[in-house]
Ligand binder design. Structure first.
Ligand code: ATP
Ligand code: 5RP
Length: 402
């Protein structure tokens, strides 16, 4: 590769070399980007090349560990079609999932301290000091502008930082994890952001179910881990919800007085008004305040039933619309009745929400508002992507006309 220019910067306590090579085609530029970190305890990150033509749409998904990010990602990827898989022939412990349209990268890969390092320094993975936001920003920015990156891998099996993996710029890049909206520079790169806000009671119930049943942890160790993370969760993770375009809030039901089982859930979809390419979903009549119990002839409900609410509201000083579902479905095929009363769903055909929910009936939350709202947000993201792409395609023509 003929190298024409070399830039060197001293930002981020590291030395950067960005070289650009002229290409025979003026519409294609090839970059070779090497980042040599001055901290000797970490590896080199070399970012290599690719045609920087397409622009990647970037979605941020924030939540604490064990709050349903992976489940949400599976629903989202399914809306775009095709199965998501780890990079072929790569590290078996990679956290990345790639499908035709989407690449999902896990921000745990930007932990700057491995498990031992965190223990030695007495910090949790939620602490910004345990994460490399400079590298996160550089790499998300590179991917967004069509440049492939070599991203580190945090290995959850060993607790170590593994050799990096090559990530090509996808059509849709989802960055999921603890801090997608923490760093202002990264936040500004997001075309849409989601926060999964799981109340403590529900988080505890889910953690117990997963970590005891699937990972063999004791009840005491789960309690201790939740308690140990709480201060950093409150300080660094939870505040990100104020920046989210959509928040899915999961709370205990209000339909059963003093419920402490945590099985029936009240789920709220909080949607910011005025977000470009995103128009909030509504029930019956846009902008009004509605309470609806759909149980009856067209929807089978057993105790404690189902209740929907819809209203305008404010959230961290932003105007929002909120659709709420408390309770759970007995028969998922009857969801079509509820779907037909919701508007602005961005479906491509009548019944698409119900079809998606039935397709993944075995995913956690398929019988309640978590699955329903995750599916709806997936459809809204598809719509946002299509609008962004269509807008980009017409923009040069409009500019030429002017
Ligand atoms: N909507 C839901 N309803 C009930 N349980 C759920 C729901 N979503 C997730 N869970 C439970 O929480 C567990 C964690 O879900 P998931 O793996 O999707 O979370 P995660 O945020 O990706 O976790 P991690 O970051 O730790 O990998 C699941 O095994 C399941 O038991
Ligand atoms: O909050 C987390 C996000 O998934 C993890 O706890 C963090 O990534 C550290 O992982 P591990 O516990 O495997 O060392």
């Amino acid at each position: 590769m003929a190298v024409s220019t070399i830039y060197s910067t001293q930002a981020l306590n590291s030395t950067h070399f960005l070289t650009s090579s002229p290409s025979s085609s003026s519409s294609k530029q090839v970059f070779f980007y090497r980042r040599h970190q001055s901290q000797t305890n970490r590896r080199f990150n070399t970012i290599i090349t690719c045609a920087a033509q397409q622009q990647t749409v970037v979605i941020g998904l924030a939540a604490d560990s064990g709050c349903g990010k992976s489940t949400f990602m599976r629903r989202l990827t399914s809306v775009f079609g095709g199965a998501a898989e780890p990079p072929k022939g790569g590290n078996p412990d990679s956290n990345t999932l790639i499908s035709d349209m989407t690449s999902v990268i896990c921000l745990d890969d930007y932990h700057s301290l491995d498990r031992t390092g965190r223990k030695e320094k007495g910090v949790t993975a939620l602490d910004p000091r345990a994460n490399d936001f400079d590298l996160m920003y550089e790499q998300v920015k590179a991917l967004k502008s069509g440049i492939a990156v070599e991203k580190p891998i945090y290995n959850h099996v060993t607790g170590l930082l593994d050799a990096p993996e090559l990530i090509q710029p996808p059509k849709i890049l989802v960055i999921e994890g603890l801090h997608p909206m923490f760093d202002e520079r990264v936040r500004d790169l997001l075309d849409f952001s989601i926060y999964l806000d799981i109340s403590n009671e529900v988080k505890f119930a889910w953690k117990i179910q997963r970590d005891m049943a699937e990972r063999g942890h004791s009840l005491e160790s789960i309690k201790a881990s939740i308690e140990a993370r709480k201060p950093d969760f409150d300080a660094f993770i939870d505040p990100q919800k104020q920046y989210a375009d959509a928040v899915i809030e999961v709370l205990p039901t209000q339909l059963i007085p003093d419920d402490n089982e945590g099985k029936v859930l009240r789920v709220r979809l909080i949607m910011k008004e005025g977000v470009k390419y995103f128009s909030p979903v509504y029930l019956f009549d846009e902008g009004s305040t509605i309470s609806w119990i759909p149980c009856g002839r067209k929807l089978t409900c057993s105790y404690p039933g189902i209740k929907f609410d819809y209203a305008p509201d404010s959230y961290f000083d932003h105007e929002v619309s909120v659709v709420e579902m408390d309770g759970q479905f007995d028969r998922l095929d009857e969801l079509i009745y509820v779907e037909s009363h919701l508007s602005n769903l961005s479906t491509k055909f009548y019944g698409e929400v119900t079809q998606q929910m039935l397709k993944h009936a075995d995913f956690p939350g398929s019988n309640n508002g978590t699955g329903l709202f995750q599916t709806i947000v997936g459809l809204k993201i598809r719509d946002l992507y299509e609008q962004l792409i269509a807008n980009k395609a017409t923009a040069p023509a409009e500019a030429a006309k002017a």
